[in-house]
Design a protein around this ligand. Sequence first.
Ligand code: ZN
Ligand code: ZN
Length: 409
Amino acid sequence: MKKSTIKKYARLIVRVGANVQKGQSVTVSCSTNQADFCALVVDECYKAGAKYVTVDWYNDRITKLDYRNQSVRTLSKVLEWQEAKMKWNAEELPCRIAIISDDPDGMKGVDPVKVQKAQVARAKVMKPYRDAMNAKYQWTIAAVPGEAWAKKVFPGLRKSQAVEKLWQAILESVYVTDDNDPIAVWEKVNADFKERCRHLNEYRFETLHYTSSNGTDFTVWLMPRSNWCGGGEYDLNGHYFNPNMPTIEVFTTPMKGKAEGKLVSTKPLSYRGQLIENFSLTFKGGKVVNCEAEKNQKVLEEMIKTDEGACMIGEVALVPQDSPISNQGILYYETLFDENASCHVALGEGYVDCIEGYETMTKEELHELGVNDSMIHVDFMVGAKDLKIVGKTFDGKEVTIFRDGNFAI
Ligand code: ZN
Ligand code: ZN
């Protein structure tokens, strides 16, 4: 991959993804394996006028060693300086850029119960800070190819070829070519999203009914104030940013506690470095009452047990089968990409910013209204070639939204 093209990508992440403003602080999280790319991102942050950039480094292999060798008690503890850092984040509100590149199977062999226990304990301490920061800062997630990840996606290729191929696929998905101006392309993409959401919001759907031949037969309820969102968004300080690069989905926040029927997954799900495959979830009264997985059922069960809201839905998203990432025909084993190649649903926390008028409401009011709350937000893919989604509006009209996996409206 050309250096100048990779540099252009780093600039896109900073200018369009996080949209770093003059005088802002930035926190970048990145694997030590991607230090060169991270340096390009940090350079672009300073060029955009950042006053201070800090990098949270991590390394998959070391994380795995920590999980293997530390006790649950040690793993669960948030140290004083770690909490102080979180407090600083909540006050300073730095832009956050996450550069992901991890092996989707990188935590294979680590006890999922141990991981779950430790992460829940830590998340509990961190949650008040996260809530205090919610919707107040710009953030973005973007990917660069790690070697293990590339080999997982393209197992038949040599390591270097696989990495190159994954670079091509990633850059194509975010509209970066050797000779274009991707920032201009994203302006057009965001304008298209705005139009698509406006169109969907005019209907005011109360329910969505999903059916496909794989066994999916599922109904979810929306709220009168659930807005469809997609592409870029504004934080509460009025800064525009693109939280995911790439992004194809339009999504909304459903009514918690109101979902019935069965959803069958159509792609594997990498959750905390472990792959859950061929699974289905059955809902009653809005909650998962049964889950089955051919691989890593235990991981799935632990995930659903995380907290009270983890068994309920926080997001429904529409992605046509005929769309740029889906048409690549690549299984990325990474939600950032796979969720943009398929209709998906998320268990856990709902997006408050999909609610009309959320700016003037408290967290409690939003939860009262029906936005789900949880420490997790995990998307899983349910899109299929024959997926049909029929919406019913609040005034009782039935509208076919999706037919044969694509938009019908
Ligand atoms: Zn989504
Ligand atoms: Zn999601």
